[in-house]
Design a binder for this molecule. Structure first.
Ligand code: PSU
Ligand code: MN
Length: 299
């Protein structure tokens, strides 16, 4: 179901940016997540586009939420986390849930939205050789045609392995004004990229070429400026502690990411939370600008 504003923007060719809801419901703590939801939508508008936050409510995928619907997503402690494989169950049983990168990308592309902003992609977890834990985000991005603006992949992951998988899946990855893959909370993950784009117009042109060629996403990796990043020493310390806490607690499957993010926010006394929100806002604004460039090329 499209909100009236999103339906109107799409039918008249105006720029729209999709936003996921798992980062609100499961990535940021209540009640701060509610203000962040508004701020992210405002950042999309500052970039020149209409925000379309996506979630499933009572079994129905919603593309564009009212304030009361955002209240539900941010306030319900029992809201499910829905990847693509969970969508059919939610639909058939009338359940509500937040959408991850994978399901948001699917629903956004199906609605005709060309640009999506998030924080960090899911990817290959450390120790994946034993656990087989690789986010469904990666295969979803090999199939969904849209631009995804992110600050890299969550730094709790195995970043080089995730980049290898994105290559195997033929997902286009470009840095925004950098050929270094960003490290989410920190500017530099230590992994190099082959390509970069210099402005929103170039990002839109890469996407237009990709769309003509083959299904699949263009990931625009937008680093935090170094003076806004998390202190790298604090970063390495709290991530190691969070991962061992998750292992000790026996956390598995889709609970891993929310558990680790929560642990990080506590262990860093809110420092990771502030940086997480800041990078999402930057990505939302850039996504708005890319959506504007895409609409201008189409028109
Ligand atoms: N990045 C964040 N916060 C999050 C996520 C990513 O900064 O909450 C979410 C996204 O919704 C992503 C999901 O799709 O984590 C991946 O979960 P998993 O690793 O279980 O596939
Ligand atoms: Mn997983």
């Amino acid at each position: 179901m499209l909100s009236p504003e999103v339906a109107d923007a799409l039918s008249s060719g105006r720029p729209v940016v999709a936003l996921e809801s798992t980062l609100l419901a499961h990535g940021l703590p209540r009640p701060d997540n509610r203000g962040a939801a508004d701020d992210v939508e405002a950042a999309v508008r500052a970039g020149g586009a209409v925000p379309a936050t996506i979630a499933v409510l009572d079994g129905v995928p919603h593309v564009g939420l009212t304030a009361a619907e955002v209240d539900r997503v941010c306030g319900d402690p029992d809201l499910a986390k829905l990847g693509i494989r969970d969508l059919p169950v939610a639909a058939a049983r009338g359940l509500s849930g937040a959408t991850t990168v994978s399901s948001t990308a699917l629903l956004a592309a199906a609605a005709g939205i060309g640009v999506f902003a998030t924080g960090g992609l899911g990817g290959v977890h450390r120790q994946s050789a034993e656990t087989f834990d690789e986010s469904a985000d990666l295969t979803a991005l090999s199939r969904s045609s849209l631009v995804v603006v992110c600050a890299g992949v969550k730094s709790i992951l195995d970043v080089p392995a995730t980049l290898e998988r994105l290559e195997s899946l033929s997902v286009t990855v470009v840095g925004y004004r950098t050929t270094t893959f960003p490290g989410f909370y920190v500017a530099d993950s230590g992994s190099a990229l082959d390509w970069s784009v210099d402005d929103p117009e170039q990002a839109a042109a890469v996407f237009a070429a990709r769309r003509d060629l083959a299904p699949g996403a263009v990931v625009v990796a937008n680093p935090l400026p170094v003076d806004e990043q998390l202190d790298p020493v604090l970063h390495d310390r709290v991530i190691a502690a969070a991962l061992s806490a998750a292992a000790d607690a026996g956390v598995r499957g889709k609970a891993v990411t929310p558990f680790v993010l929560d642990h990080l926010h506590r262990a860093s006394e809110g420092a990771t939370l502030a940086v997480n929100v800041r990078l999402v806002l930057r990505n939302a604004e850039l996504a708005g600008q890319i959506a504007v460039a895409l609409a201008a090329q189409a028109g």
